[in-house]
Ligand binder design. Structure first.
Ligand code: NAX
Length: 325
């Protein structure tokens, strides 16, 4: 048996946390030979609810779950952490401007970035789910100067999975038959789901009607979160947790041959995105490292979409830059 790894989940008493923790403890994220110690971080008013989650985790008697730490102190939560899923965030309240939301969350993620810097394992893999996810990841990264910046990522995998599901439906195939989907940019309504490289059973998909793609498919993927809120009366939680599991699993255990996944990662100049933002890219993963897929042809249409989402991320960055350490 391997030695256990420590996995932090923030917002552990929230909707996504509740869907996530049991799957991590069951081995869905890191494999059924990898024991875990779960670290649950919450704010003080939610600690009683966290105790209920802890009781339920205990009652599952998961063979891989070798310990639970529940705390409202980020310095305790990130101690020796190997993986962190930063889910807890300040929701947008009535009348709240996007800039206020950015600032409130910037405060949370700067504190957590510092705690990661000071207490976590230096190889920690960080996934930010809490919105605005890309910019929250940037803030955490900028507050952790002693951690490799590449270890800070944000989630666009839910968008990636949504795009695959929509295309599988359109093409009347199973999701497992599709590969090479890409989500570029921000996890927001400017994200760009790119099907130019999409394959069914290894064959490039051709003859997709551009009008349908631009005016039906792209808005459906971009607005899927809002459609779920309208239908369910609550935001997507199980699918978000499932995507977070997928993101970490791909990163830790690798991607299949001839396929890639979408991860928001620090831009490095690839595809003309200058360093300084956390940008959704197509990546392959092996040996716990990700690598951007290079040389994908970019059409004029794609370039416009990529530029728009890049622009939005630069504006988000400008609103919070003063919080960088
Ligand atoms: P909930 O409101 O159910 O849960 C959030 C939890 O975070 C609460 O229990 C709260 O007490 C806790 N929290 C707040 N501040 C904290 C802090 N400083 N430290 C630790 N915990 C803290 O929200 P939920 O539905 O679970 O969603 C969580 C976040 O995921 C939201 O920001 C949401 O917008 C975001 N999402 C991101 C998605 C993505 O694809 N990147 C998709 C799903 C989801 O909408």
């Amino acid at each position: 048996m391997k030695s256990p790894v420590r996995v932090v989940v923030t917002g552990a008493a929230g909707q996504i946390g509740y869907q996530l923790l049991f799957r991590i403890a069951a081995g869905n994220m890191l494999g059924d030979d990898q024991p875990v110690i779960l670290h649950l971080l919450e704010i003080p008013p939610a600690m009683q609810a966290v105790q209920g989650v802890v009781m339920e985790l205990e009652d599952c008697a998961f063979p891989l779950l070798q310990g639970i730490v529940a705390t409202d102190d980020a310095n305790v939560a990130f101690k020796d952490a190997d993986y962190a899923l930063l889910v807890g965030a300040m929701p947008r309240g009535p009348g709240m401007e996007r800039s206020d939301l950015l600032k409130k969350n910037a405060e949370i993620f700067s504190v957590q970035g510092k705690a990661i810097n000071n207490h976590a394992n230096k190889d920690i893999k960080v996934l930010v789910v809490g919105n605005p996810a890309n910019t929250n990841a940037l803030i955490a990264q900028q507050n952790a100067p002693n951690i490799n910046p590449a270890q800070f990522t944000a989630m666009v995998r839910l968008d990636h999975n949504r795009a695959i599901a929509q295309m599988a439906d359109k093409l009347s195939v199973g999701t497992h038959e599709l590969s090479n989907m890409t989500i570029w940019g921000n996890h927001s309504s400017t994200q760009y789901p790119d099907i130019s490289q999409l394959k069914v059973n290894g064959e490039v998909v051709k003859d997709i009607d551009h009008n349908w793609y631009e005016n039906d498919f792209i808005p459906t993927v971009q607005q899927r979160g809002a459609a779920i809120i309208k239908a369910r009366g609550a935001s997507s939680a199980a699918s978000a947790a499932s995507a977070a599991i997928d993101h970490m699993k791909s990163w830790a255990l690798g991607t299949p041959d001839k396929d890639w996944v979408s991860m928001a990662i620090p831009s490095d100049g690839s595809y003309g995105i200058e360093p300084g933002v956390i940008f959704g890219y197509p990546v392959t993963c092996a040996n716990g490292q990700y690598r951007i897929v290079q040389d994908i042809p970019i059409s004029d249409f794609s370039q416009q979409r990529i530029d728009a989402t890049n622009q939005e991320l630069r504006e988000e960055r400008a609103a919070v830059e003063h919080l960088f350490s």
